[in-house]
Write a protein that binds this ligand. Structure first.
Ligand code: LRH
Ligand code: MN
Length: 429
């Protein structure tokens, strides 16, 4: 394996902080032991945690107004994999990449799989794209894809999703994420029931092509690109569609796809209750689908989502195997730094949720002791788990301070010399 950052550089960086880390870790260990928690057990859980990074997040993102590229940003999937490898090398919690097609299309996927494995990376869910027209495409998606009234567009979208499955099989993936932007901008533009029925019929054709060990993850979204109605607009439409389509059709929760202040942690509990919790796209937002860094706006909500995941893990329904993936648009930061920071925020919420005294919580809930129930969560949320995350990272060959190590590596400046410049543009990629 030839990794982009030298192990010596990471060791050198860690050497400066190791003594302080051990001090902080032992102090936290003594504090947690007083409440009966074994810090090494939490570290072991954290060492087993991972979240996938989106290939499309390795480059700068943008809005409809503009995208401002940075020097040395990746220009193809090969360079994106290199950057994703840097994130995993330093964080040790992002060993998989979630690709998007046709953005990441190559002629030899077997070679791409080997290339990724050489970089210490595997593959998570593959994402289809029927929200953009490709050059030379026979049928436009301007009026929708899986729900389009145009049978040709629907069949084209079905075929594309099946092609994504075939690509995913070559990469070793076992999940297909299906997000469609299908919807309307005007009342009356399309019939809600007929649109959904067309979607269900087309999605069922994709499901019929799903290999036995694969899942199909439906991603709901309230609005954008449609601004009056969206075919799969919320968890209700998604779970009903997943129940209609098939057992291995599950629901994916993109945190940014809900109206402000929606109780997303309750949606997680509901989807799990009915055995339909398939996965996540982690990010954060203040207004719309802002695709901001996970935990950067509302870290408490992310903690409450992981609290529900800890409850779900303890009470499996049709198993418990949600895919954890990041889905962000890095418009103003170095994408590698944003994904390092986001992976840390996500792992921190997983660790804090593991610190909740569930017996105390459940006891207080049964006793209607509201304050003590809330305090059971708040006590865990208030723990600074950074020493646990850093110790787990160091023991896995990662960096104590991921951002400092990344900056010390001079990786981006090096890539700015090697890579061709990305042109100005707009949009997410
Ligand atoms: C839609 C979405 C979806 C991806 C796209 C890049 O907003 O969240 O998951 O296909 O972003
Ligand atoms: Mn998403």
């Amino acid at each position: 394996m030839t990794l982009p950052i030298s192990a010596d550089l990471i060791a050198e960086h860690n050497a400066k902080g190791l003594e302080a880390l051990h001090e902080d870790y032992e102090a936290l260990g003594r504090k947690l032991a007083r409440t009966g928690i074994d810090i090494d057990a939490i570290k072991k859980r954290v060492a087993g945690f991972s979240v996938a990074v989106p290939s499309w997040g390795a480059g700068r993102g943008g809005t409809r107004f503009a995208k401002f590229p940075i020097a040395g940003e990746p220009t193809n999937i090969h360079e994106k994999l290199e950057d994703c490898s840097v994130i995993n090398q330093l964080s040790t919690v992002t060993p998989r990449v979630s690709p998007h097609f046709p953005w990441d299309k190559v002629s030899d996927f077997k070679a791409l799989r080997e290339e990724a494995s050489e970089l210490g990376l595997g593959w998570d869910a593959v994402n289809s794209n029927t929200f953009q027209d490709q050059v030379g495409q026979a049928h436009t998606y301007a009026n929708g894809s899986l729900s389009s009234q145009d049978a040709g567009a629907r069949q084209q979208a079905v075929d594309h999703n099946i092609e994504c499955i075939e690509i995913g099989q070559q990469l070793g993936s076992t999940d297909l994420t299906v997000w469609v932007g299908d919807g309307t901008n005007f009342p009356g533009q399309q019939d809600f029931a007929r649109s959904l029925d067309r979607y269900l019929d087309a999605a069922s054709q994709i499901y019929a092509a799903l290999p036995g060990d694969w899942r199909m993850l439906l991603e709901h979204k309230m609005f954008e690109p449609a601004f009056y109605s969206t075919v799969i607009s919320d968890w209700g439409s998604s779970i009903l569609a997943a129940q209609t389509i098939g057992e291995r059709c599950k629901c994916l929760v993109d945190l940014g796809h809900h109206a402000p202040n929606v109780n997303i942690e309750q949606i997680v509990a509901r989807l799990h209750r009915f055995g339909k919790l398939g996965g996540f796209h982690f990010n954060d937002s203040k207004y719309g689908d802002d695709d901001l860094d996970s935990g950067s706006i509302n870290p408490h909500q992310l903690f409450l989502v992981f609290n529900e995941l800890a409850e779900a893990e303890a009470n499996p329904r049709d198993g418990f195997n949600p895919s954890y993936m990041i889905d962000q648009s890095h418009n103003v930061t170095d994408p590698i730094e944003s994904m390092l920071s986001s992976a840390e925020a996500i792992a921190a919420c997983f660790a804090k949720a593991s610190l909740v005294d569930r017996a105390a919580l459940h006891g207080a809930q049964e006793a209607n002791d509201t304050m003590m129930a809330f305090q059971a969560l708040r006590r865990a949320y208030n723990v600074d788990v950074a020493p646990i995350l850093a110790m787990a990272r160091v023991e896995a060959g990662g960096a104590i301070d991921v951002l400092a190590a990344y900056r010390a590596s001079g990786y981006r400046a090096r890539k700015a010399q090697e890579r061709k410049a990305v042109g100005l543009g707009a949009g997410i990629v």
